[in-house]
Design a protein around this ligand. Structure first.
Ligand code: NG6
Ligand code: CA
Length: 521
């Protein structure tokens, strides 16, 4: 591992100096060290969910501090409006619609990112970084028919560039409710093996669908989430055993912070990359008791408060260890907001004036702006000039941008949809973000494409997700000009047939080319 004090080579110094513009004197960059990189990804956090993005009904002081000291993007995106495809694209730099099976992963999903694939972690690993991921994975583990929950969970993060992982293997509403550290379930007693499946293992198994069991639940479900009950909450999928390995929902955030702080402390003297993948504010929203009731918005708001606390703990740790000025922090979300995502947790009844998507239409599962336009903040004191940026950047771009930061050339078709937007992420004067961006819901073939201010929505799914009212049927298009109509209210399909044709042709080209990154032939 290279020491943290190893200076950049001259070429990188020069390119970073250029990227930063005149504001940062070149001399100070000569002393620059290889920066640590911390990506904090929230779960289901909408554009309007933070006070630094206009929320008035709750406050997020720690995330606001990142925005005040860093760059707050008004056109920052995640690449999909559900979790698995955004996380897949963030790691691989590839739009997830290109990869069959990259929709929301079921409990027994096996590894979606194959060993050998270039990822943001493998890029940084090759550059001498210690690489770790802590928190929600939801990208499958292992191979074959199902993960080997009682054996080695391989391949997983450690086979695609991470040196360390401490995971919520699926998502918190999905079984099994256990932690995975590196290749194994933590605290698994071999005498009480873990079984995970999609069928009920027996009539005596407690399930949320059972009216008697339902009466005893700590949080009732509203749709789905009525299989195995654990910690008084029904989940998606069935499991038995592994009693000693099971977590409490209330403790997840504390554990992510604990393991992340350990990771940072362990690697404080060498460059590190930490992917902090919070489960907040995904359902079931069951924050720690000390956050329950902290906001007037119910558990959804309290989960945001808990997320904000996590961010504060991470930045405090960087400060304490003197790493703040040598660390680039990126804060983002994995998809837009949702209120009722399957549990009766008060998100709707206690919403009041709060607007989770800000002014934008739609949210999680949607290709309207609310589905993917989400909070996006970069923070690197001394290197990023504080302010607001209207450039278009996306989580899929972090792989190529980070490759550029550490002076690595992407080979062949690696990270095929990841744009190097590093100058825009650093807030360089005049730096441009993307000129176009593809947006996807859960998986294709329904897709949207934004080019400049124009946006086409192309609906192709035979069966849109059923509890959503804003998805249209197959073969339908919508066309908006976001400059005049950011709320996507005025469909210009009939008024602008030539533009529609041009946009659909561009969409087809991105699909058939198999890549969109500049520089790939
Ligand atoms: C949906 C679940 C939802 C959530 C989502 C994944 C039902 C009815 N809905 O299928 O609750 O788990 O998958 O969310 O089961 S994500 O943020 O991880 O993509
Ligand atoms: Ca999510």
């Amino acid at each position: 591992m290279l020491p943290n004090s190893r200076p950049f080579c001259l070429a990188v110094l020069l390119s970073v100096s250029a990227a930063l513009g005149a504001a940062i004197p070149i001399a100070s960059l000569h002393a620059a060290e290889k920066p640590n990189i911390v990506v904090i990804m929230a779960d289901d956090l909408g554009y309007g969910d933070l006070s630094c993005y206009g929320a008035t009904e709750l406050s997020t002081p720690n995330i606001d501090a990142l925005a005040e000291g860093g760059l707050r993007f008004t056109q920052g995106y995640c690449s999909a409006s559900t979790c698995t495809p955004t996380r897949f694209s963030f790691l691989t730099g590839m739009y997830a619609f290109r990869q069959p099976g990259a929709g929301i992963a079921p409990p027994n999903a096996t590894s979606l990112v194959q060993p050998g694939t270039e990822t943001i972690a493998s890029i940084l690993h090759k550059s001498g970084y210690a690489t770790g991921v802590v928190g929600k994975w939801h990208l499958g583990l292992g191979e074959g028919d199902a993960p080997d929950w009682n054996g080695l969970l391989k391949p997983g993060p450690l086979e695609i560039g991470f040196d360390y992982c401490y995971l919520l293997p699926t998502t918190n509403d999905r079984v099994p409710s256990v932690y995975v550290e590196n290749h194994r379930v933590v605290n698994l007693d071999p005498a009480d093996p873990l079984w995970v499946g999609n069928k009920s293992p027996g009539p005596d198994h407690p399930e949320g669908i059972d009216p008697e069991v339902r009466k005893t639940l700590k949080m009732d479900w509203s749709h789905g989430h009525n299989n195995t009950v654990h910690n008084g909450i029904g989940r998606i999928g069935f499991y038995t055993g592994g009693q000693k390995a099971r977590w409490r929902d209330e403790d997840l955030a504390d554990r992510w912070v604990e393991k992340s702080v350990e990771f940072i402390e362990k690697h404080k003297s060498e460059p590190f990359f930490l992917f902090f993948a919070s489960h907040d504010l995904h359902v079931p929203r069951m924050p720690h008791e000390r956050f329950q009731g902290k906001t007037k918005l119910g558990f959804r708001g309290d989960a945001i408060a808990q997320l904000d606390w996590c961010v504060g703990e991470l930045t405090k740790t960087l400060d304490r260890l003197g790493l703040t000025e040598n660390t680039m922090v990126v804060f983002c979300s994995d998809n837009g907001p949702v209120l009722d995502d399957g549990y009766q947790d008060g998100a709707i009844t206690r919403l009041g004036k709060h607007t989770p998507s800000g002014i934008y239409r739609g949210g999680k599962y949607s290709i309207y702006e609310g589905g993917t336009r989400t909070p996006f903040i970069t923070y690197w004191p001394g290197k990023i000039r504080p302010g607001t940026s209207d450039e278009i950047v996306c989580t899929v771009d972090l792989a190529a941008s980070v490759a550029s930061l550490v002076d690595q050339k992407l080979s062949g078709t690696a990270c095929p949809d990841s744009f190097n937007v590093l100058p825009a992420l650093l807030g360089q004067a005049g730096a441009k973000g993307r000129d176009h961006l593809l947006q996807q819901p859960n998986k294709g073939p329904t897709l949207a494409l934004r080019i400049g201010d124009w946006k086409v929505l192309s609906y192709a799914d035979a069966k849109p997700m059923k509890h959503l009212t804003y998805e249209k049927g197959p073969g339908k298009y919508e066309l908006y000009n976001l400059a005049d109509d950011p709320e996507e209210k005025k469909n210009l399909v009939d008024a602008e047939p030539a533009k529609l044709k041009e946009m659909l042709a561009a969409l087809e080209k991105i699909k058939s080319d198999g890549h969109s990154r500049p520089g790939i032939n």
